[in-house]
Design a protein around this ligand. Structure first.
Ligand SMILES: Cc1cc2nc3c(=O)[nH]c(=O)nc-3n(C[C@H](O)[C@H](O)[C@H](O)COP(=O)(O)OP(=O)(O)OC[C@H]3O[C@@H](n4cnc5c(N)ncnc54)[C@H](O)[C@@H]3O)c2cc1C
Length: 402
């Protein structure tokens, strides 16, 4: 049986953060990953020279935890325009963020339902520091009480942030909502040119190849040892699990069912290829009057055609696929040669049970004497949250050595 000081289960962003920091600190460890590649929920597939992310992902260039990993800063990125385009009453309106596109904002800053009062309140909300104290209020109620018009709440907040949180009720903690709201206002929004998986590859760079064992699904965990589905046995001094479902592998003597009611939101992502004129590249389109489409964006492919990336939260059926094609043709009548090139269904996309978020202000859980859980589900559902959790659990492990 192989022995390791620390075993990490999962080579997603949390597991890779842990591996990267333990490598930096010269600690002995191994990461066991059930998949045949690293990245977990950050995955990219290649289609005819195009990098297609498995689910629509964006990053903020200055996510606070990226500053600890210089490689991430150096990733080649494609920037989004800060703002959105919305179709209301059969007309498109472009709204640009005044903080990032002051001139564009002078021309592009209106749509029916976006009143002057809403504009002022947006500014006030951005600068308001006091609201951080009211944690347990529902976001939609809060926005209503703050004075935003119901049209603006529906068209902007529900549509834009519903797509970000994969949840139209915006049922996330106030602190997290404000964090993301301010990141969109003040920071550059981007995606890596070679796909979101570049973030995982970058985090893994410092980790030696033989410290990550792929195709190693853990199926049984005891106090100091575990077994994979191929029958490999490992013993450990400390174990970090980065997915709540791993709790199901715990022997009944240690399983305390902490994560029994964890929930995830799901999403679909469709990639189409087409010819089209007069569309904005790398700008988020909001389409509140469609049934299936949450948001979409256009980008030009190497072939000269456009790729449309579409997010949806409805059921993923043949019917919904047909509906999406019809909706696109209806919204953009100048589109020709529309062709679905790839679709993904992500059943477990974002953890949605906020009772586990920022778990006890620590972002990780000490499960037993020597077993820990870490991951976005214990922090916040984002790349930044996953890295945060990984960093904080490593800090704890190192502290305990002293
Ligand atoms: C569609 C989608 C869109 C998103 N959009 C954004 C966005 O725009 N911006 C943003 O910041 N974040 C976004 N996120 C969130 C971000 O991707 C996640 O928060 C982050 O990737 C979570 O990383 P993790 O390591 O905590 O979890 P995971 O990536 O889930 O990693 C857990 C790993 O554990 C492995 N594993 C599980 N069980 C076992 C076992 N028994 N044995 C061995 N291995 C096991 C899994 O295979 C997996 O690799 C999005 C996520 C999705 C899915």
């Amino acid at each position: 049986m192989n022995f390791f000081e620390t075993i990490v289960i999962g080579a997603g962003l949390t597991g890779l953060t842990i591996g990267s920091l333990l490598t930096e600190k010269n600690r002995e460890f191994v990461i066991l990953e059930s998949d045949n590649k690293i990245g977990g929920r950050v995955k990219t597939e290649k289609f005819n020279d195009e990098f297609l992310d498995v689910g629509f992902h964006v990053l903020f260039e200055n996510y606070p935890n990226f500053k600890n990993f210089h490689g991430i800063k150096k990733i080649q990125k494609q920037y989004f325009k800060s703002g959105f385009k919305i179709k209301v009453q059969d007309k498109f309106y472009k709204v640009l963020n005044p903080l990032r596109h002051p001139f564009g904002f002078l021309i592009n800053n209106h749509f029916p339902g976006f009143s002057n009062k809403d504009r002022l309140l947006l500014l006030k909300l951005l600068l308001d520091k006091k609201i951080l104290t009211c944690k347990n209020i529902e976001i939609i109620n809060f926005l209503q009480n703050y004075g935003f018009s119901s049209e603006f709440i529906e068209y902007f907040f529900r549509n834009f942030f519903g797509g970000v949180f994969l949840n139209y009720n915006l049922s996330v903690p106030m602190e997290y909502f404000l964090f993301i709201f301010k990141m969109f206002a003040f920071e550059k929004v981007c995606i890596p040119k070679e796909g979101i998986q570049t973030v995982a590859q970058t985090l893994s760079k410092g980790i030696t190849k033989n410290s990550i064992l792929l195709n190693s699904k853990v199926k049984k965990i005891l106090n100091n040892q575990l077994e994979t589905d191929s029958g490999q046995k490992y013993s450990f001094k400390r174990l970090v699990c980065t997915d709540p479902s791993i709790e199901l592998c715990m022997d009944s003597s240690i399983n305390s069912n902490v994560f029994r009611d964890i929930t995830y939101s799901s999403t679909h992502c469709y990639y189409y290829e087409c010819n089209v004129e007069n569309v904005d590249e790398y700008l988020i389109y909001l389409l509140p009057d469609t049934e299936e489409i949450v948001n979409l964006y256009f980008r030009k492919a190497n072939s000269g055609k456009y790729i449309i990336s579409i997010s949806s939260m409805g059921a993923c059926t043949d019917q919904s696929e047909k509906k999406i094609s019809c909706e696109i043709q209806k919204i953009f009548p100048t589109i020709t040669n529309l062709r679905l090139i790839k679709k993904f269904f992500i059943r477990k996309a974002l953890p949605s049970n906020s009772k586990y978020f920022d778990y006890k202000d620590k972002s990780f859980l000490k499960y037993s004497k020597n077993i820990y859980f870490a991951g976005d589900f214990l922090s916040y559902p984002s790349s930044n949250g996953a890295i945060e959790s990984g960093m904080r659990v490593v800090k704890e492990l190192i502290k305990l050595e002293r």
